[in-house]
Design a protein around this ligand. Structure first.
Ligand code: ZN
Length: 442
């Protein structure tokens, strides 16, 4: 009796794994990536067909033709316009982005930090040297911010736990120890004790690491370059045009709707062949039958994951647009950075599902500019737009200092510290004021 039950459990597990993999893989893809992926899947699986009928991912109705509004629920579902737009000229998406900038953006979007913790994070980030090591004592950072050392450490731990390994390591040894901990080679958690042990027996430590040399990084910068690098490539590739995953349309003044961009290639269904095949069951060998049944199962799985992705994306975006109505109507002073956790709670899904479905996605805003969805989670975006406007108006012979920019920002409703202002300016590739003056004098 025991054995079959075991087999069954194993079979169930095998069934679970690919499904979850497909689901999360499809979720993180944007329109362009998804089109490529689905074309490949459809080539390998004859039961996948692109669907002619439009689908309203709000209510699930299948709709023929191209009506503007869903006949079932009234949602705007179709916009008669071209779908490719130039990327915003804002330097946010420039190709020469440093690991520091991508790191800041990723942490602000994916790590749940309070405004106070964000300030600590900014100072830590600004104190990292070119190799990614923290050049200043945590105690000094705490003192300069008038916070406790525990508070600073809490931020460091939070960032590290979110996958930014070795963030704010003081030196190469600490970074190595953190990596060894992560690989499960060290049991002890206390850095001071570990450090002492290594100093006492350096050869033992070297031996411990020897089998893992391939997996180790020499500096946090090297690690960040490697782990954040993929996204950077994508930014470069998509530099010229971006296909938005959805569009925010102002239907009447102050009322916005989200229209998902789902061309037929993104609307797969099970082809008729599957039905025909199921009727021919008796003429097939057991092996053949098993093969085709597996293909049908796979096709169904892909279709259901895909439709889940579209539905979730639409509902998440609708929630965001509802929350940002004031910003969309009245401008940047009304921008409120959102938290993925709040969206997850409101929609009753997991935070990781929200994270996945928003990753890599682009939105066309009512002003015609295409921006990454990350925009809504990163308090720096509207501030950067405001800085750009402020600097456009500055006297080139008398450029504004970071302090003066911060004062201007305050007038526009952004309470931003001078050092945060300096950090954003740096990220945008804008020189400090004394160098801007020099350029103007030339
Ligand atoms: Zn509908």
């Amino acid at each position: 009796m025991f054995k079959p039950r075991l087999d069954l459990r194993l079979a169930q597990r095998q069934k679970m794994v690919p499904k979850m993999m497909v689901a999360s893989e499809l979720m993180v893809m944007n329109v362009v990536q998804l089109e490529e992926k689905l074309a490949r899947l459809a080539e390998e699986n004859p039961f996948l067909d692109s669907q002619e009928d439009m689908i309203c991912y709000g209510c699930g109705a299948a709709i023929s033709g191209y009506p503007e509004f869903c006949p079932a629920c009234g949602r705007l579902i179709y916009v008669k316009e071209k779908k490719e737009f130039p990327v915003e000229e804002l330097s946010l998406m420039e190709t020469k982005r440093s690991w520091k900038e991508i790191l800041r953006e990723e942490v602000e979007v994916f790590v749940d930090l309070t405004p106070g913790e964000k300030e600590i994070f900014h100072v830590l980030l600004a104190s990292l040297d070119a190799s990614g090591f923290l050049g200043v004592d945590v105690a000094r950072i705490a003192f300069s911010l008038q916070r406790s050392e525990e508070e600073v450490w809490k931020v460091i731990e939070k960032v590290r736990e979110a996958g930014f390994l070795g963030f704010a390591s003081r030196d190469a040894l600490e970074f190595l120890l953190l990596q060894a901990q992560k690989l499960g080679l060290l049991k002890n958690k206390d850095m001071a004790i570990l450090r002492r042990e290594v100093m006492k027996e350096p050869d033992a430590f070297r031996e411990l690491l020897a089998p893992h040399l391939q997996e180790l990084f020499m500096s946090p910068a090297q690690f960040f370059e490697a782990s954040l690098g993929r996204e950077r490539e994508e930014i470069q590739r998509e530099e010229e045009t971006v296909v938005p995953d959805a569009e925010i349309v102002e239907v009447i003044e102050g009322e916005f709707e989200v229209v998902l961009n789902t061309p037929p290639s993104l609307r797969l269904s099970i082809s008729e062949e599957a039905l025909v095949l199921s009727k021919k069951k008796n003429t097939m060998s057991a092996k053949e039958l098993a093969f085709w049944q597996e293909k049908i199962r796979e096709a169904k799985e892909i279709v259901s994951c895909l439709s889940y992705r579209h539905r979730l994306l639409l509902h998440v975006l609708e929630y965001i647009v509802e929350k940002e109505k004031n910003f969309l109507t009245h401008g940047f002073q009304h921008f409120v950075p959102l938290r993925q956790r709040d969206i997850a709670d409101a929609l009753g899904v997991s935070v990781s599902a929200v994270c996945q479905v928003l990753k890599n996605k682009y939105l066309r805003f009512p002003d015609g500019v295409v921006r990454p969805v990350k925009f809504f989670f990163d308090a720096s975006y509207p501030v950067k737009e405001a800085i750009k406007i402020i600097l456009k108006e500055e006297n080139p012979l008398c450029p504004l200092s970071d302090e003066a920019i911060a004062v201007e920002l305050r007038k526009r409703g952004f309470a931003i510290a001078r050092r945060t202002c300096a950090l954003y300016r740096e990220e945008m590739g804008i020189l400090p004021s004394y160098l801007r003056r020099k350029t103007a004098l030339k």
